[in-house]
Design a binder for this molecule. Structure first.
Ligand SMILES: Nc1ncnc2c1ncn2[C@@H]1O[C@H](COP(=O)(O)OP(=O)(O)O)[C@@H](O)[C@H]1O
Ligand SMILES: [Mg+2]
Ligand SMILES: [Zn+2]
Length: 457
């Protein structure tokens, strides 16, 4: 009988496994990422996870016998949070909340805990990072005073699961997954095997008891949740905190959701008394828009199911060096280069000797072709030193021949521009149908960039 290895080398970046140590990971090509990890129990192919106590025998169900029904959801009471989750917290779901240190993970989970506990759910908050007193201090500042909220400062997974068995909470928070360790895995907390085993055990707990579990997770410099990417495959929903310390607002984005639309975002403001939902994000992103400035254009993006107005700024200025630089913030650099090439070739703009800077105001990240026309308009405005009228919004995809192509959900976008008081909208001709009836707004359809720039200036 072949001997079962007692340890395995695991890539800490992607979770790839090997019997012997390797300098470079054959899967993700990272160097020096292999670490020896030992198992106390019998190693299994799924990374050493063993079953949560109380397994039942498997039994299949006839498809026709299953009643179609919506997921059983509880509202967290924080509107923007419920929106990102796809309409509330699903029973038995495992949700991972990732973000850089200090961005607000502990803050949002204690706020959710407070709301749920006040509405009659027994909540268990497990912290591997802070003592009861530290949590209480944050709670005092945030106005947390729910009765049915239990704190457990603990890092041992088996002890935590034993406590959940005793307490039978209706909602569990684990802050953070990197600090919890399973006795069945010998490697250090935060390592790939540990993080995976802990997540897998909480998944089984969540599914078998129909209890929602929220895990928080630190994000590495590269932007992924520390430990493996594979963690994201285990959980039902992955929420990421975006935004930086230079801005007060925080965006929570669902990058994966088994129970709702991915890419849905919730917008919050970090205040003394915690994260406050921002009801109208478009207003927030436009509030500092400069008046009478060239190179500033408002476009309408879709974030998940929600339209959002954002300001795109461009600055074109003569370079001191040979060829001009192209720098972008919040917009894909390659896409910007492509649009600049279209402006040069199709409209005769001479930009080779200029630096072109593009910035999405307010720290937003946009990644959809519908923003193309906004970017082009902003560059043209700065280049020609002509202002785009402040009551005008634009959207549309730009093709390589300079044509303006239709985008999805034009009507939703147009409504948002109308709500925010814009009186003129420039959009792809093919999107115009039916929209001119929108009250109080002049809707202009354009087929190509020539027409668009004629309309704008
Ligand atoms: N006394 C305070 N007053 C106002 N804001 C505070 C105070 N203490 C902490 N904060 C804010 O809360 C943030 C910490 O959030 P936290 O939820 O602990 O982050 P994470 O859990 O993601 O590391 C800090 O970055 C800071 O902005
Ligand atoms: Mg924290
Ligand atoms: Zn790897």
């Amino acid at each position: 009988m072949p001997k079962i290895p007692r340890s395995v080398y695991v890539c800490q970046s992607c979770g790839s496994q090997s019997r012997k140590w390797l300098g470079q990971c054959p899967d993700c090509r990272e160097w020096n990422t292999f670490v020896e990890e030992r198992f106390r129990g019998t190693p299994k192919s799924n990374g050493g996870s063993s079953a949560y106590i109380g397994c039942r025998a498997a039994e299949s169900v006839l498809y026709g016998d299953i009643e179609a029904q919506d997921d059983d959801r509880t509202l967290s009471g924080i509107e923007e949070m419920d929106r990102v989750l796809g309409g509330g917290i699903v029973a038995g779901s495992l949700v991972l909340i990732g973000g850089a240190p200090g961005i607000g993970k502990s803050t949002i989970v204690i706020q959710i805990a407070d709301r749920l506990a006040r509405s009659g759910t027994k909540v268990l908050y497990v912290s591997g990072e802070e003592s009861e007193r530290q949590i209480k201090m944050r709670g005092e500042r945030l106005g947390v005073n729910a009765e049915d909220l239990y704190l457990l400062p603990e890092t041992n997974l088996q002890a935590i699961l034993a406590e959940t068995g005793k307490l039978s909470p209706g909602f569990v928070i684990v802050d953070s997954i990197q600090t919890i360790y399973s006795e069945q895995v010998e490697s250090a907390p935060g390592s790939v095997s540990q993080v995976r085993d802990v997540a897998a055990q909480f998944m089984m707990f969540a599914k078998q008891t129909a209890t929602p579990v929220f895990l928080t997770g630190h994000v590495t410099k590269e932007g992924s949740i520390a430990g493996p990417k594979t963690l994201e495959h285990i959980v039902d929903t992955v929420l990421y905190f975006e935004g930086d310390r230079h801005h007060n607002h925080r965006i929570i984005r669902a990058t994966k959701n088994r129970f709702g639309a991915a890419n849905e975002i919730g917008v919050f403001e970090m205040t003394n008394s915690g994260l406050v939902a921002v009801g109208n994000p478009s207003e927030l992103f436009l509030q500092e828009r400069p008046e009478n400035a060239t190179g500033s254009v408002v476009t309408v993006c879709m974030e998940g199911t929600r339209p959002m107005l954002v300001e795109i700024q461009a600055l074109v200025s003569g370079t001191k060096f040979g060829s001009g630089r192209r720098m972008t913030q919040g917009f894909d650099q390659n896409r910007a280069s492509l649009l600049i090439a279209v402006l040069e070739k199709r409209l005769g703009f001479q930009l080779a000797g200029d630096d072109v800077f593009i910035n999405v105001a307010g720290g937003m990240e946009i990644d959809e072709p519908a923003a193309d026309l906004g970017v082009v308009a902003a560059i043209a405005s700065s280049f020609r030193n002509l202002q785009v009228p402040p009551d005008t919004a634009v959207f549309g995809e730009v093709g390589l021949t300079g044509e303006v192509r239709g985008v999805l959900q034009a009507q939703t976008r147009a409504r948002e521009a109308q709500t925010l008081g814009f009186t003129r909208l420039i959009l792809p001709e093919s999107n115009k149908k039916g929209l001119d009836k929108l009250l109080g707004m002049r809707v202009v359809g354009v087929k190509n960039l020539d027409q668009a720039l004629d309309e704008l200036f």
